[in-house]
Ligand binder design. Structure first.
Ligand code: KG4
Ligand code: ZN
Length: 359
């Protein structure tokens, strides 16, 4: 099997990776554009595209160098075609097509979610040792993707993917970002809110036991909804401010305990919703194997609760290694490798960058 070069530029990370034919990650370079977007509190599409163009030569050079290979040794090229910011996607997609065309190589345009969906089968780099091959995904499994753009449950069966449920409004990572932004935290707020929540007690200020937040039930469907939780959190922050004064966690000041408790309660409700949908799914039909991925799969509480949940329910769990939870190109190269193995046709010119596409 050939070496695969993966490219991911769907949002604000410029990423390039090299995988071998067994799915060993020989290199995975992610250049974040945090500094460029931080003054605006979120991602600015125009800036993202320009940054990708500037970063690409360095990022790709670094990926090849770390993998210890030359471009001439690459056998398959893959890039994300969407969903994402069209201008940002176009940079990676065009570069990928150009490399494939110039070298006469097959090119795979990969759906961003397909990358996340199969990423739990990548093995984390063992410190100081050789990378390990990816685990071959079983033909049937359930996938949960929790990111800044998606909160979705998928059933994968012989390469066919069926959406079982998805968020009706905001995604899980997105509400972490929005609540953090309201508290004056710099972008990206999700990981920081998670860190602060570690120091709070869910169950109301001072650990009174009264929970502030409930999660949305969405009838008896497998859909998710996070906008209610977000509004509730924003209201509770406002209430706190009436006693504490303006809360701004952007500086060095130590956050007040009630703020930490509020965040812990908020995070607990966000994670409880995920576990509730898994309970429902499991009640319908025993799950077998569950693969969890996406940026918000780095959430500490989720990473503690999921293995417990899986053990209680006899479910085989693959939780994406945290190095591959956020956007990266190893997952794109990996998805392309799986396509290549299944003998799916490559497409060079038909793939267009698209902001919204179903999986
Ligand atoms: O998969 P990803 O890198 O990009 C998308 O495809 O959306 O996910 C990024 C999202 C952001 O919303 C970020 O705040 C969230 O994942 N995130 C987290 C954590 N780490 C990243 N959300 C909650 N807890 C975290 N530890
Ligand atoms: Zn993503």
């Amino acid at each position: 099997m050939p070496l695969v070069l993966g490219i991911e530029t769907s949002c604000d990370d410029t990423a390039c990776a090299v995988l071998d034919g067994e799915g060993r990650v020989l290199s995975s370079v992610v250049s974040s554009q945090l500094a460029a977007h931080r003054p605006y509190g979120g991602v600015v599409p125009e800036i993202a595209s320009r940054e990708h163009l500037t970063n690409w030569p360095l990022v790709s050079g670094e990926a090849l160098e770390r993998a210890g290979v030359s471009l001439a040794e690459v056998g398959v090229v893959a890039a994300t075609r969407g969903p994402g910011l069209v201008g940002a996607l176009l940079v990676g997609l065009s570069v990928g097509k150009a490399i494939a065309f110039a070298s006469g190589l097959p090119f795979h345009a990969v759906h961003h979610l397909e990358g996340h969906l199969f990423s739990p089968f990548l093995r984390p780099p063992p410190p100081g040792a050789e990378p390990e091959p990816a685990e071959p995904p079983p033909s049937r499994f359930l996938g949960l993707v929790v990111s800044g753009g998606h909160t979705s449950l998928f059933a994968v069966d012989e390469g066919r993917v069926e959406t079982l449920g998805e968020t009706r409004d905001d995604a899980m990572g997105e509400v972490f970002d929005k609540v953090g932004k309201r508290l004056g935290l710099p972008y990206p707020q999700g990981p920081r809110v998670d860190e602060l929540a570690e120091r709070g007690l869910p169950g109301g200020s001072g650990g009174s036991g009264a929970r502030l937040f409930r999660f949305a039930t969405c009838g008896d469907t497998l859909d998710f909804s996070y906008s209610g939780l977000k509004s509730q959190a924003l209201q509770e922050i406002e209430k706190l401010e009436r006693t504490l004064g303006r809360i701004d966690l952007g500086g060095d000041a130590e956050p007040a305990q009630p703020v930490l408790d509020l965040l812990a309660d908020f995070r607990a409700a966000a994670v409880a919703q995920v576990l509730d949908r898994l309970d429902r799914l499991q009640a319908r039909e025993p799950i077998g194997l569950l693969a969890v991925s996406g940026g918000a799969a780095a959430n500490r509480l989720l990473r503690r609760e999921l293995p417990d949940w899986a053990r209680r329910n006899g479910v085989d769990l693959r939780l994406v290694p945290t190095v591959y939870s956020g956007d990266n190109a190893a997952m794109i190269a990996h998805a392309a490798l799986l396509r290549h193995r299944r003998g799916l046709p490559a497409d060079l010119f038909s793939a267009e960058a698209e902001s919204r596409i179903p999986l």
